[in-house]
Design a binder for this molecule. Structure first.
Ligand code: NI
Length: 170
């Protein structure tokens, strides 16, 4: 289980670097990210969220196999957009509707460096966009207007303080 970095950590705001070594260490990282994602009961996890400023994210939609995206590039998005309530393991406990394109085409590499292209819609399209943002130092709250973002961050910090207090007590 890897530590999940949360809002305020610099690594979440950095542009990630490309992955060039498709070696065992990459496989170990990817497996650990998938385990961490499962443990945290999330659907997606990106490198920066575990302190690794590299272009990798994993997606696990229940009922499907976990997927690994390395050096992904979104090469197309649908014109049609829509709302969906998003959360993030790096901003635990709060959620907000985000408007995004409903479909995406993404190019990426697998663990062997082999390129692949996926056309996605539904939840997968949503998660791909959210995780891809992480690789460019962007969080879902950046898509909100200033007022909604301030309100959400305030609510997150309040919850976080309570959680820290509870932790300190035990
Ligand atoms: Ni996230």
């Amino acid at each position: 289980m890897l530590d999940i970095y949360t809002l305020g950590e610099d690594v979440l705001r950095e542009e990630c670097s490309d992955i060039t070594d498709f070696d065992d260490a990459l496989r170990v990282l990817s497996d650990a990210m998938i385990d961490t994602l499962e443990e945290a009961d999330g659907v997606g996890l990106a490198g920066p969220q575990v302190g690794v400023s590299k272009k990798i994210f994993v997606v696990h939609i229940r009922g499907n196999k976990p997927m690994v995206f390395i050096n992904p590039v979104i090469i197309g998005t649908s014109i049609e957009t829509g709302p969906y309530e998003e959360g993030c393991l790096s901003i635990p406990g709060v959620y907000h509707e985000v408007i995004r394109p409903l479909g995406v085409t993404v190019q990426a590499q697998d663990l062997d460096g082999k390129p692949f292209t996926i056309e996605a819609d539904g939840l997968l399209a949503r998660v791909i966009q959210h995780e891809n943002d992480h690789l460019h130092g962007k969080l879902y709250i950046d898509h909100l207007d200033q007022k909604s973002r301030d309100r959400l961050v305030h609510s997150y910090e309040k919850k976080n303080r309570i959680r820290r207090k509870q932790k300190a007590r035990v």
